[in-house]
Design a protein around this ligand. Structure first.
Ligand code: KE4
Length: 433
């Protein structure tokens, strides 16, 4: 039985100082028992909490740490960079270097603007879509989460879904009046909006692989259909690749599925664990962005030298083919092993994996959208989460999040995880009888 005394003490104090004791809601463990672990450090594929407990980590800071914690090449580069100053508030060659690396992975991003988070990338790219088209309406999908900008807190996934919030108070109806919600993997629900507003929709924004209602891949033809619909009605197609970028494929979902968005939002991996977001795409669209054009967007710490350095080192390592071959092989073994463990125990589980992202639903399936994802057995997920934690495996504390693999996970971690899952599923089955 793991000890959590120090985490308990930290949580009590943290709750006096911060809402819910955390800096972001989904970390509060509200859906899985309500008492988060406080972390002392990360080491490769592992998290170590303040009580000294060590866990194989599949949250990886919600995606960014594709190389694992404290990768030596990232740490060394940051140590050198920090000695030169922490922020310049002026352009530096580091931004050029990271922009060129991003383009090497995602050539559709002809021009890029760096910001400080995925939320900032998405709110900016949608302002650009509205500026460039002169239209106001935005189509998003139920269960997709694009950060916490007011206009996107409409039937959102991730923490909003986890906490069962009716979107969010504090968002005026006027602000979301132009946000139209469609059903993921349902092109008909999108074409109905275009038939109703043929000349008013600026953009369709989509998680090309949904990671905020659990992991839900696009059905064949879905992304291609969005591309056709947006072209037919003069709207822009925006891929929110904050989570999928560099994860479902080195070139993101746009490379994996061969669908070219007009604009893309990035975050997470691009900063290697430091705060970086970015948006970019076709040159004639990006030329709208100030100071090149009139669409305003700015940021004190955008292009920050430390964040650029972490992103540069991370993408450089990701340029090595062997890194992808290892993660593909281990990701396949992990998900197949857990799926088999569930089947052996007679626990219904739907398993999805796309590249280094994966997810499990306690559900007979299929799971193709929010409506089917929401039918998953959350009580069973809660018991699974606690059983895995007790075995030293840290998965996302919500049924509506994705799991992530890193280059630091080896065969030993994968086998430990599968063994833990076998025990967890047997416990689930026994407690159900
Ligand atoms: P950030 O502002 O949290 O950097 O990015 C917002 C965002 C945008 N788009 C997608 C597809 C995202 O998944 C996210 C953020 N993801 C969540 C996890 N599901 C971040 C974790 C959290 O909110 O604490």
């Amino acid at each position: 039985m793991l000890k959590h005394d120090q985490s308990v003490a930290c949580f009590a104090r943290a709750q006096e100082l911060m809402p819910g004791g955390v800096s972001s809601p989904v970390r509060a463990f509200r859906a899985v028992g309500g008492r988060p672990l406080f972390v002392a450090r990360g080491e490769g594929a592992y998290l170590v909490d303040v009580d000294g407990n060590r866990y194989v980590d599949y949250v990886l800071s919600w995606g960014p740490l594709i190389l694992g914690h404290a990768h030596p090449e990232v740490v060394t580069a940051l140590q050198e960079a920090v000695a030169k100053g922490t922020s310049f508030g002026a352009p530096s060659p580091l931004e050029i270097e990271l922009a060129e690396l991003v383009q090497a992975f995602m050539p559709n991003m002809e021009v890029i603007r760096f910001v400080n988070s995925g939320t900032e990338a998405v709110m900016s790219v949608l302002r650009l879509a509205r500026a460039a088209t002169g239209r106001n309406k935005i189509v998003k999908f139920v269960g997709n989460y694009h950060g916490h900008a007011d206009m996107l807190l409409v039937k959102a996934g991730s923490g909003v879904a986890t906490l069962g919030l009716p979107d969010s108070p504090g968002v005026p109806a006027a602000v979301v009046a132009d946000t139209l919600a469609a059903r993921y993997n349902d092109l008909e629900s999108v074409s109905r909006w275009f038939e109703r507003y043929p000349r008013d929709i600026a953009a369709v924004i989509v998680e090309p692989v949904a990671g905020n209602m659990g992991l839900v891949p696009p059905l064949p033809g879905f992304l291609e259909g969005l591309r056709e619909l947006t072209e037919a009605y003069g709207a822009l197609l925006v891929f929110d690749e904050v989570m999928t970028g560099f994860r479902v494929h080195p070139g993101g979902a746009q490379a994996l599925y061969g669908v070219k968005p007009d604009l893309t939002a990035l975050g997470k991996v691009i900063g290697g664990g430091l705060p970086v977001g970015a948006y970019g795409g076709r040159r004639e669209l990006m030329e709208w962005v100030a100071p090149a054009g009139p669409m305003y967007q700015a940021g004190t710490l955008s292009g920050n030298p430390l964040a650029m350095t972490a992103g540069i080192q991370t993408l450089r390592v990701l340029q090595r083919r062997a890194v992808w071959e290892q993660m593909e092989a281990l990701g396949r073994r992990l998900v197949e092993g857990i799926k088999d463990a569930a089947a052996e125990a007679g626990v219904p589980v739907v398993a999805h994996r796309v590249g280094t992202m994966f997810g499990f639903f306690f559900h007979n399936g299929p799971v193709t959208d929010w409506e089917t994802a929401a039918q998953a057995d959350r009580e069973r997920f809660k018991r699974y989460f606690q059983a895995m934690l007790a075995e030293g495996v840290y998965v996302a504390p919500s049924q509506f999040e994705a799991g992530f693999l890193s280059a630091a996970h080896g065969a030993a971690e994968i086998e430990t995880t599968i063994a833990a899952a076998k025990k967890a599923f047997v416990q689930l089955k026994e407690s159900a009888q």
